[in-house]
Design a binder for this molecule. Structure first.
Ligand SMILES: [Zn+2]
Length: 218
């Protein structure tokens, strides 16, 4: 049976792992704002695709036991490590995805060792699939990863609309606050705060001026 030279198989496996860790660490700056769903997808995608690609490379050169064990550990490690951003759910999904990907990749690698074309073609194809998945993941995190933040117009704090402790509707627009006290302040003089929020740079200049009293019933 044909096989890939072991040093090349191990090198391919390590290159996949390094690329995966690089992408994962690059996504770390989005971690603070990541939604649970996107965190889950991150663990799942990185775990499964890293296990799959790393397992394939190893399986093409090493025996079933070694490639299966190593790919499983790599997949689970990466999946749980980066699934963390999706909470417990993300770690579970990442771990399971990593385990599955690792085992499937190792199996594929060992089974496909029929000819040099099958060996190198599979290595190239799985690496391409891995790269495309990671590119898709990066795009997902960049576009969908961030919670839409709202600005509390009274104190200027960023608040998450889903967890904001207070909100009100003014001129058909929902406005979110960090606390009920900020909402009360806003409702006493909405026009003033609305203008402040619209032009944050002017805040200092206007702060001292007495605002024209205005209520919601005006
Ligand atoms: Zn506030």
């Amino acid at each position: 049976m044909a096989a890939m030279p072991l040093p090349i198989a191990v090198t391919g496996c390590l290159a996949v792992l390094a690329a995966s860790l690089g992408v994962g660490l690059a996504l770390r700056r989005h971690a603070a704002h990541m939604t649970e769903m996107v965190g889950m997808m991150t663990g799942m995608t990185l775990g499964m695709m890293t296990g799959l690609a790393a397992g394939t490379w190893l399986g093409l050169g090493a025996d079933m036991f070694i490639s299966n064990t190593a790919a499983l550990l790599i997949g689970v490690g990466v999946g749980v490590g980066f699934g963390r951003w999706g909470g417990l759910m993300g770690m579970l999904e990442g771990g399971m995805g990593g385990a599955m990907g690792g085992m499937m990749g190792a199996m594929l690698g060992v089974m496909v060792r029929l000819s040099p074309l099958a060996i190198w073609g599979t290595a190239a194809l799985m690496t391409l699939l891995f790269a495309l998945s990671l590119a898709g993941l990066v795009r997902l995190v960049q576009t969908r990863g961030r919670r839409p933040a709202a600005l509390d117009p009274v104190c200027g704090m960023e608040v998450d609309p889903q967890t904001a402790p207070a909100s009100t509707v003014y001129r058909e627009q929902r406005i979110y606050f960090c606390a009920p006290a900020c909402r009360r302040a806003f409702e006493k003089d909405p026009e003033r705060y609305r203008q402040l929020a619209a032009a944050p740079a002017a805040r200092l200049g206007r702060e001292g001026q007495p605002a024209r009293p205005l209520t919601l019933t005006d």
